[in-house]
Design a protein around this ligand. Structure first.
Ligand SMILES: Cc1cc2nc3c(=O)[nH]c(=O)nc-3n(C[C@H](O)[C@H](O)[C@H](O)COP(=O)(O)OP(=O)(O)OC[C@H]3O[C@@H](n4cnc5c(N)ncnc54)[C@H](O)[C@@H]3O)c2cc1C
Ligand code: FES
Length: 275
């Protein structure tokens, strides 16, 4: 790797929940982290669990903490306020979404390697699909007026677009918000419309979308940084459960990613993957 791994000590601490907001199909959990690092990098993630009722007991699952990109991080005098955007897909996200103000959010992080700045002079293009928009929210705040392209399943999911500043270009699978189109169609049009201006693409979304972004950018010689997902049991390099094949061999996504350059990936990585 050209950049150092950012290995936060895998110490579990408890942040205090300040709010849980329903946003259409998603939940935005905000918590005050008094003692963790104050400047996570967009694309990094935290392993989350609720302080209580997580593992053991009647329901048992969830047991292991779950990985979540942070969507927002605002420094406060006595810590940092972290925001996580969740889609309920199983017992972990279901439990996290039941947190209430003053509840305890157990976390480890920030973990992994996030997005790197775009090359000097390149215009950043952010491409998000579904819950994959989460790490692009904090990335937008750090970049100078990036183009933001977002794709969602339906109007309920597209409510997350309101979290972005400016005027993101939104499409949906069912045409209920914006055009009925795939976000990769927007990306192709964007890259082709201004082919002379050097672009740098930053993407997060479902595997099929990331593969389409990778292929589109590879075909046009545009650098793409892709935030990937894989099942993560520990989040800090111990279990080898998150390995992905790359052109450099197998990498642990939790310490060498989750953001990887598109040209280090082959389409085989995405074959059969899905959420
Ligand atoms: C680096 C990283 C960042 C993430 N950021 C977010 C985020 O910001 N918001 C968010 O809502 N989720 C995010 N996720 C995904 C989240 O960690 C998983 O969906 C998690 O497993 C949910 O836990 P659960 O108990 O609710 O569901 P589970 O019971 O763990 O999973 C429900 C279903 O999803 C499948 N599944 C679980 N994890 C994955 C995966 N990684 N890839 C493909 N299929 C999977 C399972 O096989 C199962 O069918 C992130 C994952 C990673 C690795
Ligand atoms: S999640 Fe355990 S090594 Fe990556």
């Amino acid at each position: 790797m050209s950049e150092p791994r950012t290995l936060a000590p895998p110490e579990r601490r408890v942040a205090v929940v300040s709010g849980v907001e329903r946003l259409g199909a998603y939940h935005l959990v905000t918590a005050h982290d008094a003692s963790g690092p104050r400047e996570p990098q967009p694309g990094q993630f935290y392993m989350l669990a609720t302080e209580e009722c997580w593992g053991g007991g009647d329901g048992e699952r969830p047991y292991l903490p779950r990985a979540f990109s942070y969507a927002r991080a605002h420094v406060e005098p006595d810590g940092v306020s972290l925001g996580f955007l969740l889609e309920i897909v199983g017992p972990g996200t279901e439990r996290l979404a039941t947190l209430a103000p003053d509840g305890g959010l157990a976390l480890v992080g920030p973990l992994g390697i996030g997005f790197r700045p775009p090359p000097e002079g390149a215009r950043p293009v952010l491409v998000g699909g579904g819950i994959g928009v989460a790490p692009l929210l904090c990335l937008q705040e750090e970049l100078d007026d990036p183009t933001v392209l977002l794709g969602f399943r339906s109007a309920a999911h597209a409510q997350a677009a309101a979290l972005f500043s400016g005027d993101p270009n939104v499409v949906t699978d069912d045409g209920s918000v914006g055009r009925q189109a795939l976000v990769t169609e927007l990306l192709a049009a964007e890259l082709d419309a201004d082919a002379d201006a050097e672009a740098a693409v930053f993407a997060c979304g479902p595997p099929a979308m990331l593969e389409a972004v990778r292929a589109l950018c590879a075909g046009r010689g545009v650098p793409a940084q892709l935030a990937l997902e894989s099942g993560m049991a520990c989040g800090f390099g111990a279990c080898f459960g998150c390995v992905v094949p790359t052109t450099d061999g197998y990498l642990r996504l939790c310490v060498d990613g989750p953001v990887l350059d598109g040209d280090r990936l082959e389409s085989a990585l995405f074959a059969g993957a899905g959420h």
